[in-house]
Design a protein. Sequence first.
Length: 558
Amino acid sequence: MNEALSYARGATEPPLIEQTIGDFFDAMVARQPEALALVSRHEGVRRSYAELQAESNRLASALLRSGLKPGERIGIWSHNNLAWVLMQIATAKAGLILVNINPAYRTSEVEYALNKVGCQALVTMPRFKTSEYLAMLRELGAAKLPQLRSIWWIDRAGDAEEEGGDIPLARFSTLLASGDPADPRVAEVQRTLTATEPINIQFTSGTTGFPKGATLTHRNILNNGFFIGECMKLGPEDRLCIPVPMYHCFGMVLGNLACLTHGSAIVYPNDGFDPLLTLEAVQAEQCTALHGVPTMFIAELDHPRFAEFDLSSLRTGIMAGTACPIEVMKRVVSQMHLGEITIAYGMTETSPVSCQSSTDTPLELRVSTVGTVQPHLEVKIVDPESGATVPRGQSGELCTRGYSVMHGYWGDEAKTREAIDAEGYMHTGDLATMDAQGYVNIVGRIKDMVIRGGENIYPREIEEFLYRHPKVQDVQVVGLPDRRYGEELCAWIIPKPGQQPTEDEIRDFCKGQIAHYKVPKYIRFVTEFPMTVTGKIQKFKIRDVMKTELGLAEEKTA
């Protein structure tokens, strides 16, 4: 392809890993059994590589003994903890497909997710802050979750018993105790697995209003974790502080797998994000790397006790999830000692990272681009209408091809074909440019996806939900610029004739039904929407009206 066109191919060395996650992990343990693998500070847990292997084997044994068979799906509905990483390794060894459930999900969302992929079992926290996970599952019951056979709740010593309703419920500690770390069946199953088999399902919000289950293989996420770690130059001496959630690829792949493929140590500062506990963990554990979305780094930098902490051990990490404000990036480098911090860009459907800066990318390029294409991948920027690759410097849709492209959307061949073209390119829906050196810059989105604090939100999903309100005739949801979260949701609602809903009524309707970050911050009741002559709603005009009314300015971002 002509070099003047927006196309780039990544390096071809080192070669791709063709092992399964379980086999690669076992080989790492054999190399450094006594090295530190995991610190979970809120649980008081420390594990060497050998200890993590023994516990993962015990859990894999327990899951197989429970009657689960390779290829079946098991959900994990939890924030960061030892159980999460054990499930990640054990399911990969047992050939079970781990289904990541967002801890912010409410009843209708978890019901849809579990049934869409046919989860036979679920490991869950009993509760977290205001989220009562077991109560939600009891409310749904066996009738609404017909394929769910077992629930194991993550317990701590001294916890009282929990009620499971009409779905069998047991403690996670009891499940773990029922396994044998030397169970020969685990090794037998592991030997039958191939790297191209699905091992993980992650839900991405769909423009149709329903999340799609991006299905990822060993090969997808193991290689992505490895090359992400290569960009950060991770090694056995590194300790990576991971305050980002495991249910996202950010925590699970850019965090756990980047560490486990380089013999580094995983450090969880807490179950959910807390800026103070993150700073404490970096100092106490002498962390050399730190991950976060921009809002997390801002919360750490602006914490009143920030100056008390010695962060001089820090070297690298990743800022990702949404556009990274230039000033924040500069402060992170100068005030947090993160001189080799990298920027990563991707999407769940590409395992997730397709472009990343490296530790030695000049700072001006790290704050103005998302780096260059990752090894063994291709990216091109095409005209969204014609599909032709555009010249360097011209904007178009970013497309990715290579090992990282997902297996497909679970149970949705049509949606898979819409996303992945006949040449194997994943169409990201993001507008980007590529410069003469191959650095990629994300400039916008073809569709109206909103990114709030690193969470991808599709307005259509919120609109579909609000349509159910008895007083709502029509609704349009857009994203508005927000200094703290990057974007916030705004809903314009046309009430049904004779009805006068209030903002509080709409928000109360959302509570417990959809995740808190999907509840619109701004609600306006209107009589009509701005439209084109052909009757298409002009969302950009809604945004412009609201930005003027609220005095909001677009944030300058990298």
